[in-house]
Write a protein that binds this ligand. Structure first.
Ligand code: NAD
Ligand code: WQD
Length: 338
């Protein structure tokens, strides 16, 4: 039986494909390379010592999806494919609704036609908006502040309505907090397009001299050192969370959301210090204005995922930083030849 992984060539998808192969699963990846390359999948297969099947194509292509379902013995779908840049989503919202919402609806239609009802979806802590308190529980009110976040909330709503309409569906909505780090081999990791939006890739690019200094977006938040606090989660822990979710959707039906985070918040300056310790590199930084739309503090209460999925983040911040640095220093151009 095969797991279809959409967006499997991307950052979180590639790490998840590796864990799936290592757990003995057959894997079929569908990716259009909008934000990735085939090199990541080549390396995943090298690391696993096993092959996966790969199809270059788009989740919005219904005919292609139908042929994938009819030609392969697919039992479940892990759905990563989508666009993920918050700032860009405010400039080209239609592309985000088309890829993330219409694309997911097309995928779910093809699944229904093929009678495949097990679905694991990449949601995001962004669906909690600006929470009144932390740590954040799955039962907290949902709200969003940008088109990207809205696409995640819309897909969550689609999934809830779908599961309510037909009890054969079994859906896990995985609300990731802040994924970071890379595989400890240094062979796969995150390759941001252009200037990184996210903190950790920006720090690693400063460390290799691709950027001059980190801009710390505000030091006047109501947090211990005034900089923003987030729940950074090692991407390998996150990948393993998908295996636990797949187990769960094979045993129960309905649509359930799970926080995937560590439960610990670190500030921007904590992250800079941790990176300096792991890499031995000094990180130049400037305090600048707050980034519009940022919130002060966001971290998970991960106890529901532990109780229900048997999943808990195991890796430390030091490991996250050491692995990010290994990936960045060994692959200064990401997956492109140097
Ligand atoms: P990524 O960009 O590295 O991976 C997404 C993959 O999907 C890429 O390989 C891209 O080429 C592919 N893709 C995009 N549109 C497609 C389409 N229409 N058809 C087929 N393939 C398509 O991103 P990631 O960081 O690995 O994120 C994976 C998922 O997790 C995304 O849905 C993202 O929104 C979500 N997520 C990411 C984060 C994060 O901080 N990285 C946090 C929360 C949620
Ligand atoms: C973390 C902290 C910044 C960059 C985003 C999306 C969210 C999710 C994960 C997909 C904040 C500060 C950052 C920099 C900085 N993605 N920072 N200088 O904003 O928590 O979440 O990625 O679902 O939807 O919004 O992550 O890594 O951008 O920022 O000071 O150059 O680092 O202000 O406090 P964020 P991030």
């Amino acid at each position: 039986m095969t797991v279809l992984v959409t967006g499997g060539a991307g950052y979180i998808g590639s790490h998840t494909c590796l864990e799936l192969l290592q757990a003995g699963k057959d894997v079929l990846v569908l990716d259009n390379f909008a934000n990735s390359s085939a090199e990541s999948l080549k390396r995943v297969q090298e690391l696993a010592g096993k092959e996966l099947k790969f199809v270059e194509g788009d989740i919005r292509d219904r005919a292609l999806l139908d042929s994938l379902f009819s030609e392969n013995d697919i039992e479940s779908v892990v759905h990563f494919a989508g666009l993920k840049a918050v700032g860009e989503s405010t400039e080209i919202p239609l592309d985000y609704f088309d890829n993330n919402v219409s694309g997911t609806v097309t995928l779910l239609q093809a699944m229904k036609a093929a009678q495949v009802f097990r679905f694991v979806f990449s949601s995001s802590a962004t669906v909690y908006g600006d929470p009144h308190t932390v740590p954040i529980l799955e039962s907290f009110p949902l709200s969003v502040t940008n088109p990207y976040g809205r696409t995640k909330l819309m897909v969550e709503d689609v999934c809830r309505d779908l599961a309510a309409s037909d009890e054969r569906w079994s859906i896990a909505l995985l609300r990731y907090f802040n994924p970071a780090g890379a595989h400890p081999s240094g062979r796969i990791g995150e390759q941001p397009n252009g200037i990184p939006n996210n903190l950790v890739p920006y720090i690693t690019q400063v460390a290799i001299g691709q950027r001059e200094a980190l801009n710390v977006f505000g030091d006047d938040y109501d947090t211990p050192d005034g900089t923003g606090v987030r729940d950074y989660l090692h991407v390998v822990d996150l990948a393993i969370g998908h295996l636990c979710a797949l187990q769960k959707v094979s045993k129960q039906t309905g649509c359930v959301a799970y926080n995937l985070g560590t439960g610990t918040g670190y500030s921007v300056l904590d992250m800079v210090k941790a990176f300096e310790k792991a890499s031995g590199k000094a990180i130049a930084y400037n305090i600048t204005a707050r980034r519009p739309g940022d919130i002060a503090c966001c971290y998970a209460d991960p106890t529901f995922a532990e109780a229900e999925l048997g999943w808990k983040a195991e890796k430390t911040l030091d490991q996250m930083m050491a692995d990010s640095w290994r990936w960045q220093s060994q692959n200064p151009n990401g997956f492109a030849p140097s």
